[in-house]
Write a new protein. Structure first.
Length: 528
């Protein structure tokens, strides 16, 4: 490490993997020393930052207020972006009581430790063992993020050769006609869509179109993963509906943009705000234009949050006949999943975001490290990971997991996860909070993010809400909050179904979902 530092070797993916090994094996002191070497190396390559460094050391190094990191970023906004990241790393080490150095000549002292200053004892004690571990994981995420992005780029090239799309992989193999479509949003994302225009017997649809919107970490494969009797996409097609399947930006078949690459941080600069304001309106408008008919909508989990948010802004609701909202996610303040809540309360996505990890790939090493930290927390039982997140699903096929893992989970943006974590911590539904009054003012013309008002949804818009008694993400208490807010909705336009034995995944993967969920939904559609 010392030789690398003296010879000014630029830190690369190898450093990240070495750092990750130190963390995994519990060598935290060595890991933080490595971190300091990399941080100083990054700074030593930047010119003309001396005055700002003095200001940083005098004003921000030990600052305990939450906005200190944003002031660091602002101070060095005209420098290489990695300089601010390096300083945040060094700031963390200083707060933890380690000596820090600024120049290449001091590399030996950069690796040295000193006794924690008594004046900083309170600051050090504020870092619990768990939080310190998670911080190490997040710092590791930054150093490996470039390698992860390179790996993603390689996988994208491989996928473009091996995989044609959801139509050929999952739908046509079941004997259905399928069409591949693309939709471009106003902010430039090119979204993949699949259409099933006829039933398995070849009979063309004679009922209105239905748009299916998946949830978090999923894509359109959600609706066609299993047999024609178990998958909602097939069930609708066999009952005469014109089925359209969407794929959210960032998922495997929606990783294109008019000017950006998934390797660009700007490609991941979005949360579910943008899904509600750009993706959903573009998808609904496209289906309407292609068919000349108003459509029904089905959303699950995040697909319901996006819909409710868009409906509250009166976006494209005039093109819809009705909406079926399964496991509705609007209020998250009472989420009962211990793993999900622990993740939201300790998720340092803000730090990961500022350190360059803009894509959150569930199959990547970064996600695995973060999940490992969550699962090691008290009261977090990860022996059955799906149950730990979603609640005890009653009705899943024993082979469901293996088939699911062939196609899911999918990437999302780190910013999206931050936004969802904010909802869990605050209990409210509002636009993304930059946690800085000045930045919020720039985005929203007000110091706090605007709220989404569910009471603004037109009271005569037909909605079918279905939720489960064992669902720990769409918790019964949170759904009751939503129902209270919707208490003035026209009673003949709001149908509420409660399945006490259902948890989150049962609504889309349950072996009996056709009988208990899909048939009632189709009956509701036929009324509208």
């Amino acid at each position: 490490m010392d030789r690398m530092h003296k010879e000014q070797v630029t830190p690369n993916a190898t450093c990240g993997y070495v750092f990750s090994e130190y963390v995994d094996r519990g060598f935290y002191n060595t890991a933080t020393q490595t971190l300091q070497v990399m941080s100083i190396q990054i700074m030593s390559s930047e010119q003309d930052i001396g005055e700002n460094l003095q200001f940083f050391e005098g004003e921000f190094k030990y600052a305990e207020d939450l906005e200190a990191k944003f002031r660091v970023l602002d101070l060095f906004k005209d420098s290489n972006e990695n300089v601010a990241v390096a300083l945040l790393n060094l700031r963390w080490r200083a707060i933890m009581g380690n000596s820090i150095s600024w120049s290449i000549d001091q590399s030996q002292s950069a690796l040295g430790y000193k006794q924690i200053d008594k004046e900083h004892t309170n600051t050090i004690m504020a870092y619990t063992r768990t939080t310190a571990f998670i911080l190490l994981v997040i710092l590791c995420l930054f150093s490996v993020s470039r390698a992860v992005r390179n790996l993603n780029s390689f996988n994208e090239q491989r996928d473009s050769v091996d995989d044609v799309g959801i139509c050929s992989l999952l739908i046509e193999k079941q004997g259905y006609t399928c069409e591949e479509h693309t939709v471009t949003t106003k902010d430039g994302y090119i979204l993949s869509m699949q259409r099933i225009p006829a039933g398995r017997g070849g009979k063309k649809a004679d009922k209105p179109p239905v748009l299916l919107q998946h949830g978090l970490f999923m894509d359109g494969a959600t609706w066609v993963l299993y047999s024609p009797d178990e998958s909602l996409g097939f069930v609708l097609a066999d009952n005469g509906f014109d089925v359209w399947i969407s794929n959210t930006r960032g998922t495997k078949y929606s990783r294109s943009h008019t000017s950006l690459s998934p390797n660009d941080p700007a490609f991941w600069e979005w949360s579910w705000d943008e899904l509600a304001s750009f993706d959903l309106p573009a998808l609904i408008q496209y289906v309407h234009d292609q068919t000349g008919r108003n459509l029904h909508y089905v959303g699950h989990s995040l697909g319901t949050l996006v819909a409710f948010s868009a409906f509250s802004k009166n976006q494209t609701i005039n093109l819809l006949r009705s909406a079926a909202l399964l496991s509705p996610i609007v209020y998250l303040g009472q989420v009962s999943s211990t793993v999900a809540r622990a993740g939201a309360n300790t998720f340092l996505g803000e730090e990961a975001y500022w350190m360059g990890l803009h894509e959150f790939a569930p199959k990547g090493q970064a996600a695995a490290n973060f999940l490992s930290g969550i699962c090691n927390m008290p009261y977090s039982d990860c022996t059955n990971l799906m149950t730990s997140f979603t609640g005890p699903n009653c009705c899943l096929n024993s082979s469901m997991t293996d088939n699911f893992l062939k196609y899911e989970p999918q990437s999302t943006s780190t910013k999206n996860l931050i936004h969802l974590s904010q909802m869990v911590r605050s209990g409210i539904i509002a636009m993304y909070d930059y946690e800085n009054a000045y930045i919020n003012q720039m985005h929203y013309n007000q110091p706090v993010p605007p709220f989404y008002d569910m009471r603004s949804i037109p009271k005569d818009f037909p909605m079918y809400l279905s939720y489960g008694g064992l669902d720990e993400l769409s918790d019964v208490a949170d759904v009751n909050t939503l129902l209270y807010v919707l208490k003035d909705h026209d009673t003949d336009k709001l149908v509420v179904q409660f399945r006490k034995e259902y948890a989150h995944a049962d609504f889309i993967f349950g072996v009996n979902a056709k009988d208990v969920i899909y048939d009632p939904v189709m009956a509701f559609f036929k009324l509208h």
